[in-house]
Ligand binder design. Structure first.
Ligand SMILES: *[C@@H]1O[C@H](CO)[C@@H](O)[C@H](O)[C@H]1NC(C)=O
Ligand SMILES: *[C@@H]1O[C@H](CO)[C@@H](O)[C@H](O)[C@H]1NC(C)=O
Ligand SMILES: *[C@@H]1O[C@H](CO)[C@@H](O)[C@H](O)[C@H]1NC(C)=O
Length: 194
């Protein structure tokens, strides 16, 4: 594109945000950093009626986890969402989303498949996405979602529990330790009864 066209498009987008806002198809890569829908209204200040849960609280390098976004009250639906994993207050999405079902698709944020969003504005009560953890230790990972109930009503920063790195070494340590305790108690039992 000719550079002056680019400026025109940007100026038009700033002047008429309503024409580029509300993406029922969920292709919302423009919101990668802010995770904010351009719906012309601010987010809800109340506790959201949704929750974001993970299949595990710890991860090993490139382990695959299931992330579930679901409503916490009967009869409450959502139409749109965006999910990313981040650490602390960092705005860089972490890990890679793997699969997409009929209700979800994967978006490219920060040059990786690091966000998931809706595919349509159908009414949903739950969606699941698969996510592959980073290959190294990153502290304080938490998933966060923006959830759109209807165009004018949405919540930001719906958070999951935090996820911590577990190296394979410490995974072996727990069984080894319990075996050691078992063996030593058996030994003590024999010593006492002999
Ligand atoms: C949330 O609170 C802010 C600051 O008090 C206010 O400007 C905004 O309108 C509120 N949002 C809603 C959806 O009520
Ligand atoms: C997670 O899934 C990806 C893609 O299917 C696969 O390449 C990777 O090996 C899996 N990770 C583990 C730890 O099984
Ligand atoms: C995010 O993780 C990296 C790698 O562990 C760490 O250096 C950084 O301090 C973390 N950032 C926050 C805000 O926790």
């Amino acid at each position: 594109m000719d550079p002056s066209w680019k400026y025109l498009v940007i100026v038009l987008a700033i002047l008429f945000p309503q024409y580029i806002s509300a993406f029922p198809n969920g292709i919302v890569e423009g919101s990668c950093t802010t995770m904010m829908p351009n719906h012309g209204v601010s987010d809800q200040n109340t506790t959201s009626p949704y929750s974001l849960t993970l299949s595990k609280d710890t991860y090993r390098a490139q382990e695959n986890l299931t992330v579930t976004l679901h409503s916490t009250f009967d009869g409450v639906h959502f139409k749109g969402f965006m999910i990313q994993a981040r650490n602390g207050s960092s705005k860089i999405p972490l890990g890679t989303f793997l699969t997409s079902g009929t209700d979800s698709q994967i978006l490219t944020c920060d040059n990786r498949k690091s966000a998931a969003s809706h595919t349509s504005n159908s009414l949903k009560t739950s969606v699941q996405v698969k996510w592959m953890a980073p290959s190294s230790k990153i502290s304080n990972i938490q998933f966060r979602a923006t959830v759109v109930q209807v165009k004018e009503i949405y919540w930001m920063n719906v958070r999951s529990q935090s996820l911590t790195y577990s190296s394979s070494g410490s995974q072996l340590l727990v069984p080894a330790l319990s075996q050691f305790l078992l063996c030593s108690s058996v030994l003590i039992y024999y010593l006492l009864t002999c």
